[in-house]
Each structure stands twice: as C-alpha cells, then as structure tokens.
Design a protein around this ligand. Sequence first.
Ligand code: UGA
Length: 435
Amino acid sequence: MEITVIGTGYVGLVTSLCLSECGHKVTALDIDKKKIKLLKQSISTIYEPLLDNLLGKNLLNKSIIFTSSFKQACRNNIIFLCIDTPGKVNGAPDTRNLYNAVRLIAANASKNTLVITKSTVPLGENKRILSKLNAMKTRKDIVFDVCANPEFLREGSAVSDFNNPDRIICGLEEEKIKKLMLEIYFPIESNKKKFIFMSFESAELTKYASNSYLATKISFINEMSELSENCGASIDEVKSGMSMDPRIGKDFLNAGLGFGGSCFPKDINALIHAEDRFRIKSSLLKETLKRNAIQLKNFEKKIITYYKKDLSKKHLSILGLSFKPNTDDIRESISIKLINRLSPRVRLLNVFDPAAMRQAEIALNAHKNINFCDTINAALSGSDGLILCTEWDEFRVIDASNLVNMKEKVIFDGRNILQKFKTLDSSVKYFGMGL
Ligand code: UGA
C-alpha cells in the first residue's frame, strides 16, 4: 500500500519506518526541512534502539521517501497524522500544529483519503478533524474518512512495540474503514485478534485512560513505599506479595522517583482538563500527580538531611539524566528536576548518562557548577555521594570497584537497583526508596 505519515517526530518516525519495513511504500513528511535533510542522509533525528538500521535499509531499497511537500504527500490515499499535541498551561492539548496539517491535507488531497489519527488528541477531536476536512476541502468531489488509531509505543522499545502490539485500537464511524485498517496492519497482525473497533470517543479515551491508569499505579506503589519506610516494611517484599495476585500483576509496580517523560504528565493533565470540561468532580488524577511530586521532595529531603542541611561544600554525583533508560529524552525527567533543585545548594555536581548528555547540557546550561562526565567512574571520582536517578543497565552492574575514588561512600538510590550495597559492603551507606 502507498501510505503517508505526517510528522517525523518520535511517533511519526517509528511509524513510518515500521510501515515501510513491513512492505508498504511510505512517504514521510515534516515541515521541518532540517529534519528532512538529515533523514534523507540516513541520519536519525531521535535516539531509539533499532531505528538506525531501519532507516538505512528502507532508504536504500526506496520503500521510504522524506519530503516537506504536502502536494507530494497527499498523492497517497492513506495518511497517518503523527503531529505532537503538547500540553498548554491549562492542561489542554495544543492542537494548532495538528489543524495546520489537517488544513493542508484538505487543500492538497487529490483523491478520496483516509486520515488516521495517531496523535493523542482531546476527547471529541476526531469528529472535529473529520468535519474540518470536509469543510476545508478544495475539491468537493473528494470523500474524507477518519480513523482514531492511538499509539501505545514506549520510548526505548518503540520498534518492538509497533511490531508486537498488545492491541490495535480503531475508532471509526464507517464500516468500510475496517478493511483498510486490517490491510495496513496485515504484515504485523494477520490473525486479526489484536484489533478492537470502537467509536472515535472510546478510542480517544482508551489512550488517555491507559496512560493515566499506569501513572496512577506507579503513584500508588510510591505512596506504599513511603509507608514501608516508616513502618519498617520493604516495598520490594510488598510488591512481590501483591503481584502474585494476577488481578494486580507485577508491571508498573516499581517504586522509585516517579514517572516522567512527555506522555504521562501531559496526558493526565489533559484528562483532568477534560473532566473539568464535563464538570466531573474528581481528585484521583490530581492526587496521582501530587504523589509524583512528593516522591521527588522526599528524596531531596533524604539527601539534605543526611548532610545535616549543609551541602555547600559537597560534591555529589548524579547517575542517569534521561526520564527512563534506553532513551536520550529528558522531557519531564525527574533527574533534571532534582539537579535544578540541588545545584544551588552544592559545590559541584558531576553528572553522567549513557545517552542524554547532549540534551542535558542544553537544559542545564544556566548552572555553573555542573560537570558533565564521560564515564561512571569519572562522575564518582572525589564524590561525597552517589545519587542514582535512572535505572540504566550500565548502572545495575556498579560494584565496589567503581566506588573506590569516592570521598564518602554513600548511595541514594532513586530506583532501588543497587540494593546489593545494603549488605555487600559495610563501608557503604545505602538509602533506597521504601526499603
Ligand atoms: C508511555 C506508555 O507506556 C506507552 O504505552 C504510551 O504509548 C506512551 O507513554 C505515549 O503515550 O506515547 P513512555 O512515556 O515511553 O510510554 O514510558 P513508560 O515506559 O511508560 O514509563 C513512563 C515513566 O514511568 C518513566 O519515567 C518510568 O521511569 C516510570 N515508571 C515506570 C516507574 O516509575 N515505575 C514503573 O514501575 C514503571
């Protein structure tokens, strides 16, 4: 099939390359000409495992082309919308870029076109997209259809998530669209078991509800971790006890510094905004966000209390800057938030991350006491304390030999991955989350 993907951000690039990898001829469009230039040269604009290979291979066999021309992109009759919808100050998603693309599709479409919304859009928005397409189309003979097809890709494993979906949600109003959706996804889901067809609104809410539920699960276990610390329980033991119940499960029950990233905080705020719009009185999602903020405050307090409130001569090391492992994304990163709070109080912060150094240097540019290190050992050299914020695999294997050049051997483990130091070495002081 000949398919267009509009937007080559995180979701768009993964979607376009995975679709071309599974045999479709893809045209990927972005209005950012610099991005298109890089992609044409086979230079990936995001850090995501497996993506570089897909880009090189599919460019070479000409199953993907990159363009900034809507005229060219609208020659295909299937168009995926992968435009970001960042949160506004009031929590509502900003759909201006999305509607700009909708307007240009309406102006450039040359045949009947199915527009598939992958972007996370406010409740009711797919209906609006359909009516805007029809209201703004220049050729009145053209028929537009819309399918709400939210993405469930996790950064760091997006390619494998695309190829092995838990579910393919299709919100639609016309029966005929089902056939096209089955055809598009046939190479990855030929037995049709993962498809769920529903209304536009159900598809939109499924996306928000999934992310908000997962975030709430994290906040719940984090609240239990504070209780664990106070009553002498271990959150790890509590987690293993809880997760033996299949109704609860073990996923997304890792206590720690809380959730970050571009999706969870934004989507919860959007859902809170939607509840307000429908005059629904509820505090559940607000509490999810509050608990997430409390985790960071408690962690910071733990560090400050340990040094008896005076960190002015301290030289601390922060390991992990991305919002989670296997990505260079620092949006809403808890680590960056912690650095912003600690930097004014300490003498020096040595920081290290396996992938996010360049992004962090830009974001932390205003702080003059941050030393960007090349290795774990360089970050720990001469340090008065190790603060672990992101659970990269590289950090899980830290052992006593990495700590030899620390001035004071103390570990504040925001992700509970260095628990071996609790018992391994009595010269190391270890503080975890809820342990
Ligand atoms: C999330 C969802 O998992 C995807 O299904 C969804 O498609 C995506 O948002 C999106 O809306 O685009 P992502 O933001 O990449 O994906 O990251 P997750 O793996 O879900 O992790 C989110 C945050 O929760 C991270 O900061 C992570 O450290 C934290 N987390 C996760 C915990 O604190 N504890 C856990 O047990 C699990």
